[in-house]
Design a binder for this molecule. Structure first.
Ligand code: ADP
Length: 256
């Protein structure tokens, strides 16, 4: 069996996929920490072991993400936006033309042509508002892990209107809402709606002509996806295993 390995050294999480016959045979995510190069290779060995394979079965290693220059033994080094475009294109069966990626520290809106090539992309400014980190900070104040945000938001009956577009101001807005005994559910849904408004403003009209796809770790939050659909009046498809699209796209990238 021959494998392609994709390593995505993201700002927040390391993601690894082992691909066999264009399908994800194994995947794992772990927090980004110092020494990520050795750790990523250790994860790869763990995956190969679970697939009853060895290093000799690896056809090639492709690396992407912020830390992409760190893996010396990679045969392919690719920027994360092109890897995302290609991964989303393949995983959507060639349908994806617009992809919203919400990762740990940025929001990207990516346009793809009919051959899976990156056409252009927009990225949030330096502010972390609306990124995974933004939700994590809010989660700490609310004492609620982000993977519970989706279920909590469903119970909202009167979502708050959060106005702050900056993380620091949003933090104090949440603290003062908590002090007024506002239900956490309503704060969380208000957060989703404010992020959806931010993403819609970034997207603008022209990109809405095509089907919209979403990936990155925050795409695991169904309430955020729903808030975005409500804001842009457009269906948003979530790619399977959305946090791994970029690693998969790198693994399957054709050009070196
Ligand atoms: P990066 O590539 O920038 O490291 P990722 O695409 O790996 O980012 O996404 C990381 C973010 O995904 C984290 O900030 C985390 O909060 C978020 N995330 C991961 N799983 C979930 C989940 N189940 N629900 C909500 N958010 C999630």
């Amino acid at each position: 069996m021959k494998y392609k390995v994709g390593i995505d050294l993201g700002s927040t999480a390391i993601k690894i996929v082992i691909v066999s016959d264009q399908k994800i045979a194994w995947k794992k995510a772990a927090p980004t920490l110092p020494g990520q190069e050795a750790f990523a290779l250790e994860m790869m060995r763990e995956g190969l072991e679970q697939l009853a394979g060895t290093r000799a079965d690896v056809e090639r290693i492709a690396v992407t993400g912020y830390g992409r220059s760190l893996i010396a033994e990679a045969q392919v080094v690719i920027d994360e936006v092109s890897a995302n475009a290609w991964g989303a294109f393949l995983l959507s069966g060639g349908e994806a033309r617009t992809v919203i990626n919400i990762g740990g520290q940025d929001i990207k809106i990516i346009s793809i042509d009919g051959n899976g090539n990156l056409m252009n992309f927009k990225m949030n400014d330096k502010c972390a508002a609306g990124t995974g980190r933004f939700f994590e900070i809010a989660g700490r104040i609310l004492d609620t892990p982000v993977d519970e945000f989706g279920a909590m938001a469903e119970k909202a009956d009167d979502p708050v209107n959060l106005n702050s577009t900056c993380v620091v101001f949003a933090e104090s807005e949440i603290v003062s809402l908590m002090a007024k005994d506002t239900k956490k559910e309503n704060i969380i849904q208000g957060l989703h709606e404010s992020v959806a408004r931010r993403i819609a403003a970034m997207m603008g009209e022209p990109m809405l002509a095509d089907d919209v796809y979403m990936d990155g770790g925050s795409a695991n939050n169904p309430a955020l996806v729903q808030a975005l659909e409500d804001e842009i009046f457009h269906e948003v498809h979530v790619l399977p295993a959305p946090q791994f699209t970029v690693a998969y796209g790198a693994a399957c990238f054709l050009k070196e």
